[in-house]
Design a protein around this ligand. Structure first.
Ligand code: HPA
Length: 270
């Protein structure tokens, strides 16, 4: 399985056994700058990893330490809208687990459905709604990885959410918390879809994260996830949603995201 080979490359090249993995979303790559003694491993050297194409996706793993805690950050991820082989989404998560990690932190850029949570803000994900029509665990189950029918209750670990809240308090950042809804994309949503998603209980919408979380829970990783709000969802403001605007405001939200994740990991180190 390619994730075993990828895990071996991560371990050999970085010389550290990661405890925490961080998946960085569109425009959120600078979070990796917080890692000390960093080793950079391009995805080309990691079997089964995506070879990214979309602007804002670097395609490299950065292994290092934060406050003495070994961390691997994945800069760049595969999305369903790229028409990728689904293994390119699951392999980084499984490689992380195979390398010995316990915790996955997933980040993304997302549109907000909440008037009180605007661009530049962060939202801790407390639960998700997967409307992509795909579950990455379909197909034969690998019983060595996890059970056929994993539970997604508390998929976003309540204890880790509490730790994130404490980390946010430590750095003086006011974070929101809510339900993330995933669509496949690549088109942004219609205003009618956003109204429907609001009725369903969604507070943020994006094109990632739910699959990584599902695969992570299947193989026993604990998950925390943070949305960097880059825009109000379509129909909620005068400005149409575009990728350029999303990247611009992702840069703004990164300002709080890097210190939040740094503090979160430092706290794990005690
Ligand atoms: N919709 C879907 N994905 C997104 C959005 C959005 O409004 N903003 C950032 N990613």
């Amino acid at each position: 399985m390619s994730w075993h080979d990828a895990a071996q490359v991560l371990l050999d090249r970085s010389g550290l056994k990661p405890r925490v993995g961080v998946v960085l979303g569109s425009g959120l790559g600078p979070v990796a700058d917080a890692l000390e003694d960093a080793t950079v491993i391009p995805y080309e050297d990691l079997p089964g990893f995506p070879q990214p194409g979309v602007e804002g996706h670097a395609g490299r793993a950065v292994a290092g330490q934060i406050g003495g805690v070994p961390v691997v950050a994945f800069q760049g991820r595969a999305h369903l809208y790229e028409g990728v082989d689904l293994d390119q989404i699951s392999t980084p998560v499984r490689a992380l687990r195979a390398a010995g990690a316990e915790i996955l932190v997933v980040t993304n850029a997302a549109g907000s459905l909440r008037a009180d949570l605007g661009p530049g803000r962060l939202m801790l994900i407390e639960d998700h709604i997967n409307l992509t029509g795909v579950n990455l665990l379909t197909g034969p189950n690998d019983d060595e990885l996890g059970t056929r029918f994993p539970s997604l209750r508390d998929a976003y670990d309540p204890q880790l959410i509490a730790e994130m809240r404490l980390a946010a308090r430590d750095i003086g950042v006011d974070v929101g918390q809510g339900v993330y809804l995933a669509v496949t994309g690549p088109s942004f949503e219609t205003p009618a879809e956003i109204r429907a998603f609001h009725t369903l209980g969604a507070e943020a919408v994006g094109m990632s994260t739910v699959h990584e979380t599902t695969v992570a829970r299947h193989c026993g990783l604990r998950v925390a996830a943070v949305s960097a709000i880059t825009n109000f969802a379509e129909g909620m403001s005068d400005e149409p949603v575009t990728h350029e605007q999303t990247l611009r405001d992702a840069a703004r939200a990164t300002g709080d995201l890097a210190p939040l994740i740094t503090r979160f990991v430092e706290r794990l180190g005690g």
